[in-house]
Design a protein around this ligand. Sequence first.
Ligand SMILES: [Zn+2]
Ligand SMILES: [Zn+2]
Length: 180
Amino acid sequence: MNFNEYQLSIELVPQTSWYTNLRNMMSRENWDKVRKAAYWEHGYRCAVCGVTGVQLYCHELWEYDDENHVQSLKGFTAICPLCHHVKHIGLAGILASEGKLDLNAVVEHFMYVNDCSRVDFEQHRHVAFSVWESRSRHPWTVDLGEYAALVEDSGDSSVDRRFNWVVQKRIQTLKDDMKP
Ligand SMILES: [Zn+2]
Ligand SMILES: [Zn+2]
């Protein structure tokens, strides 16, 4: 199966991206607006697997221009915990190693949603990490597009300070992103 044909796919943000996460860049009020709109827009179902009655997560949708190394925010979606763990499979691995997550349940959810085998999952993960490694060789510019207005301190020009901060906070912000 082709990488992009899976209904539920892995999405890894390059290590060298300026992106932290929008939840931390926005006021609580704006973030609540964004996430509630995403939940409502998808009828309070997971936009990927359709499950209802579970806590949903607001997940950012990015597009990558591999020529100019620009990462553009295309919007937000509402997804269930298992789909979100597939999207952030790197963090899921960290949580599993800390005994906080059953990684097998995440892999089985991928297989169930995509109607595929474990070998298909392993191949998809391999490709996703290859893409992530190659994208992590370059610095990325983040284009928030129409969402830039929602971010309060987007005028911060101290790029070096920010980059150091991003590296240090990466795992923590990914963990925050997993919160409802
Ligand atoms: Zn789901
Ligand atoms: Zn997410």
